[in-house]
Design a protein around this ligand. Structure first.
Ligand SMILES: Cc1ncc(COP(=O)(O)O)c(C=O)c1O
Length: 303
């Protein structure tokens, strides 16, 4: 929970954290019709820097376009709005949550013509997974990943995440740290809020978009970092059994960052500990996000 002195950017104004509230009948609360982004800022030698801000803003606007939500602002204004609570709250390392929603209390599904509000909250945030440093365990979910005949997998719409919540809570109830979902076609897709990478015979393997994954910004960063390190990257269909026989596996996502996976369905992955390629990418990712690699400094927006 954020400190009481913090502020949330709410439709162009700073509102104290505990006063950034809406009515219980708000459309997006009732029907999951909100849209959001998840962004991190990191401490660097030149002050806090937001990682891949332009890409997150682009995806937020794409999500709005997919769901037909008319955002009441331009991209440049949203960028400023995202930077402002980091500055105002004097945060260094934080998670930033822009959220667009129908701020209207009517009963009925159609949000057409209803008021859209945008809020941006920034809160101090550490590891998403408690066991990140020693590696986590996963279960292949009985819930399959949504596909675009049902809900748009490339959109970060709140309602999409009920699918993720089902998978994640099932995994946790069964004693694992996180779920891995298959596509409706039975290929390995991703975690509930993370993309997945495997290491097989020295190559990096990751599901491609035909598995209905969200093409994550961290995933893209890892691919670019890996290629710069001379690693071969295969984006392709991945069979479930390849999970079990991989040398290494890890999740990649803004919240999860790079989280090593050491067990899947009670089977040990590789040596059951963080593997050398995962470690190399984890360290290189940390360098990139904290401004220690000039090749990737174009990903940073200093606050
Ligand atoms: C379903 C899903 N997959 C993957 C990711 C990772 O995406 P990113 O690296 O852009 O945070 C996320 C998080 O946004 C997600 O919600």
């Amino acid at each position: 929970m954020a400190a009481a002195s913090q502020y949330v950017w709410f439709d162009g104004k700073f509102v104290p954290f505990e006063k950034a509230n809406v009515h219980v009948l708000t459309h997006s609360l009732q029907y999951g019709s909100g849209i959001f982004e998840g962004i991190r800022a990191y401490k660097t030698a030149k002050g806090p820097a937001i990682f891949r801000l332009d890409d997150h803003v682009k995806r937020f606007f794409n999500t709005a376009k997919i769901y037909g939500m008319q955002l009441p602002m331009k991209r440049e204004d949203l960028k400023k709005a995202i930077i402002s609570p980091v500055e105002k709250n004097s945060l260094n390392e934080c998670y930033i949550r822009p959220f667009g929603f129908y701020n209207d209390q009517h009963i009925g599904l159609s949000p057409l013509g209803k008021k859209v509000s945008v809020v941006v909250a920034a809160i101090a945030f550490g590891n998403y997974f408690e066991n990140k440093d020693k590696g986590i365990s996963c279960r292949v979910s009985s819930w399959h990943r949504i596909n675009s005949e049902i809900l748009p997998p490339e959109a970060k719409g709140s309602g999409n995440y009920l699918n993720s919540i089902l998978a994640s809570t099932e995994a946790k109830r069964e004693g694992a740290d996180e779920a891995i979902m298959l596509s409706v076609d039975g290929y390995v897709a991703e975690g509930p809020g993370e993309n997945l990478f495997l290491v097989r015979n020295g190559k990096l393997v990751t599901p491609d978009e035909s598995a209905d994954i969200l093409l994550g910004i961290t995933r893209d960063s890892i691919i670019k970092i890996a290629e710069a390190k001379g690693l071969e990257v295969e984006e392709r269909g991945v069979h479930r059994e390849e999970l079990y026989t991989s040398d290494e596996a890890f999740f990649a996502g803004t919240a999860a960052e790079i989280t090593p996976i050491t067990r899947v369905d009670s089977r040990r992955i590789g040596k059951g500990k963080i593997g050398p390629i995962t470690k190399l990418l984890l360290d290189s990712y940390d360098e990139a996000v904290t401004g220690q690699n000039d090749d990737f400094s174009y990903w940073l927006t200093y606050v």
